[in-house]
Design a protein. Structure first.
Length: 175
């Protein structure tokens, strides 16, 4: 399902996660617009349902991240939603989110550690793919125009976040 240069590496990471604890049932990697990029499951799982879970995980992560920023908390690490029959954990991997769905018997500390390590590996794979090759004669530093105030840059970031969130919510409405 994933069409990236590091697809085999990412699929291997998802497999490592799902086999790290018998109570992890599903692992989903989605981008922050809600598009499911890859997944691994212990059970037959409807692809439509997987797409919906990826979109919801992404939207919930973005909303929680914004909420934390609004009250001055540092970077969001992991969201843990606790249900009577299991947990849903969501963590950022740079431009993507990693979502785990578990049973109640999961070893939370171990799963959190596994998730953080996997998120870092995925982030590194995707960062390498996203960086274009820079010719040797091209300067690596580009001066920032002094005329653009910091507030304008913050506004652009906030507008981009809102745009991504609206897109994810529109995709959710289709389900």
């Amino acid at each position: 399902m994933i069409f990236l240069y590091g697809a085999d590496q990412i699929n291997a990471i998802l497999h490592e996660i799902i086999t790290s604890d018998a109570n992890i049932n599903h692992v989903i990697l989605a981008d922050k617009t809600g598009l499911t990029l890859a997944y691994s499951s212990r059970f037959a799982f409807d692809e439509f349902e997987t797409e919906a879970l990826g979109a919801i995980a992404s939207a919930v992560y973005l909303a929680s991240e914004q909420q934390g920023q609004n009250v001055g908390l540092a970077e969001l690490d992991i969201i843990i939603s606790e249900f009577s029959d299991g947990l849903i954990l969501v963590a950022s991997c740079g431009s993507t989110v990693l979502c785990l769905i578990t049973d109640t018997g999961v070893q939370l500390g171990l799963v959190r550690r596994t998730m953080k390590m996997a998120a870092e590996k995925i982030r590194n794979i995707l960062d390498v793919e996203a960086k274009p090759a820079i010719p040797a004669e091209t300067p690596t530093l580009t001066p920032t125009p002094a005329s653009e105030p910091v507030a304008t840059e913050e506004k652009k970031v906030q507008d981009e976040f809102i745009s991504d969130l609206e897109l994810a919510l529109r995709e959710l409405e289709q389900f």
